[in-house]
Design a protein around this ligand. Sequence first.
Ligand SMILES: [Zn+2]
Length: 271
Amino acid sequence: MIMKSILDGRPRLENEVGKIAEVAGYLWQKGWAERNGGNITVNITAFIDDEIKALPAISDIKEIGATLPALKGQYFFCKGTGRRMRDLARWPMENGSVIRVLDDCSSYVIIADNPVLPTSELPSHLMVHARQLERKTEIKATLHTHPIELVAMSHGKKFLEKDVLTRLLWSMIPETKAFCPLGLGVVPYAIPGSNALAEGTLKELEDYDVVLWEKHGVFAKSTDIMDAFDQVDVLSKSAAIYLDCKAMGFEPDGMSDAQMKELSQVFHLPK
Ligand SMILES: [Zn+2]
């Protein structure tokens, strides 16, 4: 029997899901996605045609756990709860699903391809997406993952003070500031799935590209999932350089204030 997929005959949607699968593979290869760790949610409404809009639900009506008026009629690809990134990489439509937010803006149904229940972190991801629609930004993708070096640094109190880590990571290699120009916000430790974590993340994402969750991981938002990954990757590269210097027994000098300022002027960076 040949399984029919929502991706069949829709190259743009297939390409978007292909990027999600590619990034899921990178997260596994990087060692950032042990077991079922990490989450991906992408707003795919731009790729949804009338035929998809007419598709019946393949699940019961599920509560989001929040009322988000901006999300009325929006469609998302969501990693499945308990699913592995390394499996999502190979079989995205078996380890994730497409959901439709219903008109009450507080519930959703799964419409394709399989009734894979979305991540338990769905409410916090959808809150970030709702904020982006309210602000009319081009942000479509959210990513949560466990980058080793950044999580390690989040165990050091001195790195968690405002903009200390951003300044340090920017100073390790010039491109970090150019490619992650808003830097890294910090949310103090809060239990996974909690309101405190969701609200802290939402607040920090107003000012930063990526948010570090103390003793846990990062949360990134961007125009597409590939760019969200790239932002975490450049920050992680800087963190690895810092830790390599420390392993060699010295504190790295980092770029000077003057060098950082010059970089901002030449590349027209916001900070
Ligand atoms: Zn996590």
